[in-house]
Write a protein of this length. Structure first.
Length: 217
């Protein structure tokens, strides 16, 4: 079982603990606020009231036994930098840190964070992409140039088989999944015989520029 420590129980940290625990991950939640720890203690394996800005505290909590540590300490930039530094000094290899500004992210990266996240920025980007097109349901960026999207079949594709469409050859994207609504069914890596219906939902992966072309069909 994978184990993850979440330091800082902001809204992001709270829900991260909840969803990780629901996914079967062993979670330790840590915050200075007794109220925030109380709110999450019934959801996780272990909940601790402590100051993660103290290196000895982190060591005493055996933080090095966890597979990864997520830092989500609100807008306390100096605190998140200090915790990141301590975790790196303690030998934590997978450190995921929440950043608020580009400069904050640069500092976290310099001192050893392995992954930087901007929850509000990333969510806003996803929502913006889904709102700009009526046929786009979900958007998941994979770096700066590639994404996974959920989309309704473009009108010209409806009633045609995947073999007829040659999606990969003509559009340079890959259909990795089809969610059939009527009847309800999920097809992973669909074959060429599948005929697209207007009730299908397509999951595509590819370069953003190619995906945008498909969205506009």
């Amino acid at each position: 079982m994978r184990s993850i420590a979440v330091i800082g129980l902001s809204s992001f940290g709270h829900y991260l603990c909840k969803y990780l625990a629901e996914a079967g991950v062993q979670v330790m939640a840590l915050d200075k606020s007794e109220e925030k720890v109380d709110d999450v203690k019934d959801l996780v394996h272990k909940a601790v009231i402590a100051d993660a800005g103290d290196k000895d505290t982190l060591r005493d909590l055996e933080i090095t036994e966890f597979d990864a540590v997520v830092i989500s300490v609100g807008e306390e930039i100096d605190t998140s930098v200090l915790i990141t530094l301590y975790l790196r000094e303690l030998g934590i290899k997978e450190i995921i840190a929440k950043a608020f500004t580009e400069d904050h992210a640069k500092i976290l990266n310099m001192i050893g964070a392995s992954t930087i996240i901007f929850p509000e920025k990333d969510t806003a980007r996803r929502v913006a992409h889904t709102l700009k097109r009526t046929n786009l349901f979900e958007f998941f960026p994979l770096g700066s140039e590639y994404s996974v999207i959920e989309i309704a079949p473009p009108e010209p594709w409806i009633g045609k088989s995947l073999a007829e469409l040659h999606v990969r050859e003509h559009y340079n994207v890959q259909i990795v999944m089809i969610k059939e609504i009527v009847p309800e069914n999920t097809i992973i890596i669909p074959g060429g015989k599948h005929v697209l219906k207007d009730s299908d939902v397509l999951v595509l992966i590819g370069a953003n520029k190619d995906l945008e072309k498909v969205e506009k069909l």
